[in-house]
Design a protein around this ligand. Structure first.
Ligand code: SAM
Length: 229
C-alpha cells in the first residue's frame, strides 16, 4: 500500500501545499484507477445516466484517470476539470479529454468555472476537505444545470466520510429538490498508515471499509440553492 494516499481532512489553507506534495509526479499518480475493479464498478453505476449528458465538470479531477473511464461510456462534447494540484492538472491535460482545466479549490470552483453542466462529478475528494458538505453544496449549487446529474463517490471508514456526513449530503440534495437515482454501497477493504510527519502519533492508521456512490438528478426549474421553506 502506498502510504502517500493517507492524507485526510486538510485545512483549506494547507490543501494546495499538501496535494502538490502528494502529486510529486505526473507519470505516477498517488491513486491507481484503471487497474482497480471498484473504480469500474463506480463507472457502471453512473453509465445508465450518461446518454443525454454532453457537458461535464469533473471536480477534483486528479489526473483524469477516472474521467477517462467514464468518457469511454459517454458522448461528451465539453469536459471541464478542476483540481488544486499542478501535476494532477498536467496529467489530466495529457488525457486529451478536457476542454478546460481550472486550478481551484472546490469552494472556489463555481466562481472560477462560471458555467453549468449536464453532469457534475465529485469523486473521492470529500473526506479530504475541511468542510466537505459546504464544498459539496457550493459545487452542486454553482455548477449543475437544470436536470443535470450529480455523481458523488466517497470512501467510508476510519478517516473516510462518516455515515452522518453522507446522511447530510442526502439531506442537502433533498432540500434542493434533487431526485435520488442511485444510493449504493460498494464493499471493499483498504488500510494504511499516514506518515507521522503529517500527524500526531496517535491517529496514524486509516481504514476504508466501503465506498458510497450516489447519483441524483436536478429539478427542471433548478437555479441553485435550497428550496424556500
Ligand atoms: C483521490 S483524488 C480523486 C481523483 C478523481 N476525482 C477520482 O475520482 O479518481 C483527489 C483529488 O482531489 C484534489 N483535491 C484535494 N483537495 C481539493 C480541493 N480542496 N479542491 C480541489 N481539489 C482538491 C487532489 O489534488 C486530488 O487530485
Amino acid at each position: 500500500m502506498d502510504d502517500r494516499v493517507g492524507v485526510y481532512r486538510t485545512d483549506r489553507k494547507d490543501a494546495e501545499r499538501t496535494f502538490n506534495a502528494l502529486w510529486s509526479s505526473v507519470e505516477r499518480p498517488p491513486w491507481e484507477v484503471r487497474q482497480v475493479s471498484i473504480e469500474h464498478d463506480k463507472v457502471a453505476i453512473l453509465a445508465p445516466y450518461l446518454a443525454s449528458v454532453r457537458t461535464a465538470c469533473d471536480c477534483a479531477c486528479g489526473g483524469g484517470d477516472f474521467l477517462d473511464l467514464v468518457a469511454e461510456r459517454a458522448r461528451f462534447t465539453e469536459v471541464v476539470g478542476v483540481d488544486i494540484a499542478d501535476n494532477a492538472l498536467a496529467r489530466a491535460e495529457k488525457t486529451g479529454r478536457y476542454a478546460r482545466l481550472v486550478r481551484a479549490r472546490l469552494d472556489e470552483a463555481a466562481d472560477k468555472v462560471a458555467q453549468r453542466f449536464d453532469l457534475v462529478m465529485v469523486g473521492e475528494v470529500l473526506p479530504y476537505l475541511e468542510d466537505p458538505l459546504g464544498d459539496f453544496a457550493s459545487v452542486v449549487d454553482g455548477l449543475t444545470a437544470p436536470r443535470g446529474i450529480v455523481f458523488l463517490a466517497v470512501a467510508m471508514g476510519r478517516k473516510g466520510l462518516t455515515e452522518r456526513e453522507v446522511e447530510g449530503a442526502r439531506a442537502l440534495m433533498r432540500d434542493r429538490g434533487f431526485a435520488s437515482l442511485e444510493d449504493r454501497r460498494l464493499e471493499y477493504y483498504a488500510l494504511g498508515v499516514v506518515p507521522r510527519r503529517r500527524l500526531g502519533p496517535l491517529s496514524s492508521l486509516w481504514v476504508q471499509t466501503h465506498k458510497t456512490v450516489l447519483v441524483w438528478r436536478a429539478p427542471s426549474a433548478w437555479v441553485g440553492g435550497p428550496r424556500a421553506a
